[in-house]
Design a protein around this ligand. Structure first.
Ligand SMILES: Nc1ncnc2c1ncn2[C@@H]1O[C@H](COP(=O)(O)OP(=O)(O)OP(=O)(O)O)[C@@H](O)[C@H]1O
Ligand SMILES: [Mg+2]
Length: 236
């Protein structure tokens, strides 16, 4: 059996598929796939539907194929609200886990210094920041840092391709890509999920979806934290 290429991620990880499993490899030392495997296992043990880790080690991660299709795949119009609701319910469950049990710290105390060491991809900035320099991004981070953090267990990269659903019931079958999972402000996930569902890349959703999602999750929009955590994600 041979591995078939799936994609090369934004991070440069290579993802390949073969009967029933996916393999992710990277020679970038900043991308710790063994740690990503540990995070997936932790989430699964905590009762969150997550890809099962078959094997992982330095530079590689092999997971069992999660059945279903991702939120970014095409969905019939009448099922789209149900996908959004299922995503909100997943986040309610994830964010309800006790933070003291989670060994992974992704609070600003960790992620801000990490961002300041990173080289953001200036050719891949959000529309609002097209043409910005690294210095401008860093200055804006300092200027807009929220006064406090509302800490929960977060996924850390909760975009539409990273959650899969059963095509008939819209039940979540599993989350993947959990390399940045850990204790952080809940708006890390809310900001990235709503950006993803209003992105041109996911035209089947839009502002209605973001509004529905936040209502179902049970929060008012927080424009300040939304902007800040999307900005922080430019450094990831
Ligand atoms: N266990 C799995 N089950 C089903 N599909 C998977 C699985 N693992 C990976 N995939 C598919 O491969 C794609 C890429 O995998 P993944 O999201 O882990 O990497 P990535 O987005 O390239 O990584 P990164 O964001 O870390 O650069 C996913 O969007 C999904 O389509
Ligand atoms: Mg992904």
């Amino acid at each position: 059996m041979t591995w078939h290429p799936v994609e090369i991620g934004r991070s440069g990880a290579v993802v390949e598929w073969r009967e029933g499993m996916f393999r992710k490899t990277s020679d970038d030392p900043r991308m710790d796939l063994e740690a990503e495997g540990a995070r997936l296992r932790w989430l699964r043990d905590a009762g969150i539907p997550t890809a099962e880790v078959l094997d992982c080690g330095p530079g590689y991660l092999i997971t069992a194929e999660v059945p279903g299709r991702s939120a970014a795949d095409p969905w019939p119009v009448e099922l789209r609200p149900r996908v959004i609701d299922a995503l909100a319910d997943l986040l309610i469950a994830l964010h309800a886990l006790p933070v003291e049990d989670c060994p992974y710290d992704r609070s600003l105390h960790v992620t801000l210094p990490e961002a300041l060491r990173a080289e953001p991809d200036l050719d891949d900035l959000d529309e609002a920041r097209r043409g910005w320099t690294r210095d401008q991004l860093v200055e804006e981070l300092g200027r807009t840092q929220p006064a406090s953090e509302d800490l929960v267990v977060t996924h850390g990269d909760l975009c539409m391709p990273n959650v899969l659903f059963a095509p008939d019931t819209c039940r979540v079958t599993g989350v993947i890509d959990a390399g940045r999972m850990g204790v952080a402000d809940r708006w890390v996930d809310l900001a990235i999920a709503t950006r993803s569902m209003t992105s041109r890349l996911n035209a089947q959703y839009g502002p209605w979806a973001a509004e529905r999602f936040l209502t179902r999750y049970g929060t008012e929009p927080d424009p300040g934290k939304t902007a800040f955590y999307r900005l922080l994600d430019e450094f990831a």
